[in-house]
Design a protein around this ligand. Structure first.
Ligand SMILES: [Ca+2]
Ligand SMILES: [Ca+2]
Length: 411
């Protein structure tokens, strides 16, 4: 009898968490983002996008900060493009991307795994943060960071709060430092609980404010456990589509952002979905830098303390609904903390070691004949002024309600 009572008690306890969340599933989605142009793979030598070039001497600040080295960035989005992810690709698995996992029960296809990004959005976010400096495609903000990709939004850009909170829980268990949430919806207790847990674990959570173009905000961008991000153009003017909110904390470049896309392609997209990884990439640099100078940032309060005197106030004086606290001036953050290098002794070159965290998502597949990647000589040409130079428009298609301009190389 005693045992039975215990069994009943244990069963009741097991049910408790689901009682706590006795609510309907909440559907979350990508904020409506704007697709400007798409470019085929293989046509780019490495390009430095404006989100890098518009911040001054980016090569110097990448070097000074450590380029995100050792910083673990989690992304909950539509997955990772399989073409870009394959070894030798732009977001080569095992270097920039450490782990990839599907939480949406997407279909495993003959041509690609379940975690493949068939929407393009998640790959765009990932490239903005961490596309490798590998001589092709683009270079991301913190191109030496480690990315953990959780596919919490399915192939049509939607996910339930159950899928998304599972994805966030996984990232917490992987001990990531930062989480990117370029998504939004109505309030969800599950999501709130998951990001509160991340917050309490000292993870910096960044979330998109939404693309309503009005004073409004989505969850979890409006949560006190996240940094809500609005979008500005390269002149640091608020984007017309960006949601405005009292809950906005920082703003980031989110207009005409050029990054990696589905099918091995590249695309220029606009949205607070793009402004969020812009701030996550900057945070990865700042976090790595804080460790380098032995003032490690351990939580969101620390982060705010570290940057607060280096925020360019925009718009109305002080905090405002359009820009939040403003635009973080990375160069100023470094200049304040930078001391003249005391050691003239050059450090011995370190050999790259295999990453213990690296989980090869390709392992289950028996590898066919090893095909050596085509060795291309490093392009001698200086970088092209704009990635679309030399292309002409050949048509337009509507995909998932978004206009996509097709372009082709002009020979
Ligand atoms: Ca690259
Ligand atoms: Ca202001």
């Amino acid at each position: 009898m005693k045992n039975l009572t215990l069994a009943v008690l244990l069963t009741t306890l097991a049910i408790l968490p689901s009682i706590l969340f006795a609510q309907e599933e909440v559907r979350y989605r990508l904020p409506n983002f704007i697709t400007n142009q798409i470019q085929e793979y293989g046509s780019l030598s490495e390009t430095y996008p404006k989100f890098l070039k518009n911040r001054g001497d980016f090569k110097k600040f990448k070097e000074q900060t450590g380029n995100g080295s050792g910083v673990k960035v989690g992304i909950v989005d539509t997955g990772l493009d399989y073409v870009h992810a394959q070894k030798g690709g732009e977001l080569e698995v095992g270097v920039a991307v450490v782990k990839v996992r599907d939480f949406t029960n997407s279909r495993q296809r003959r041509s690609s795994p379940a975690w493949d990004d068939r929407a393009g959005h998640g790959t765009h976010v990932a490239g903005h943060i961490g596309a490798r400096a590998n001589g092709k495609g683009i270079e991301g903000l913190a191109s030496d960071c480690k990315m953990y990709i959780a596919k919490g939004l399915g192939d049509k850009g939607y996910g339930t709060d159950v899928q998304l909170s599972n994805a966030i829980e996984w990232l917490i268990s992987e001990d990531v430092d930062i989480i990117n949430l370029s998504l939004g919806g109505g309030y969800s207790q599950r999501i709130e609980a998951a990001i509160k847990k991340a917050y309490e674990a000292g993870i910096l959570v960044f979330a998109a404010m939404g693309n309503e173009g009005t004073q409004s905000d989505g969850h979890p961008g409006n949560s006190k456990y996240s940094f809500g991000i609005t979008a500005v153009d390269y002149n640091k003017n608020i984007a017309n589509f960006s949601s405005r909110s009292e809950k906005a904390v920082y703003c980031g470049y989110g207009v005409n952002v050029f990054s990696t896309y589905s099918g091995g392609r590249y695309a220029e997209l606009s949205g607070t979905s793009m402004a969020t990884p812009d701030q996550v990439g900057i945070a990865a640099l700042i976090l790595g830098y804080s460790r380098k100078i032995n003032k490690p940032i351990k939580n969101m309060q620390d982060y705010h303390e570290f940057v607060k005197d280096h925020i360019q106030d925009l718009g109305k004086e002080g905090h405002d609904v359009e820009y939040g606290l403003g635009f973080i001036d990375l160069v100023s953050v470094i200049a304040r903390n930078e001391t003249p290098a005391p050691s003239p002794i050059p450090e011995p070159p370190t050999k790259p070691e295999p990453d213990p965290d690296y989980e090869d998502p390709f392992t289950p597949e028996p590898s066919p004949k090893p095909t050596p990647p085509p060795v291309k000589p490093a392009p001698e040409k200086p970088q092209t002024p704009h990635p679309f130079d030399g292309y002409k428009k050949i048509g337009e298609i509507i995909l998932d309600g978004r206009k996509i301009i097709l372009i082709e190389e002009v020979k």
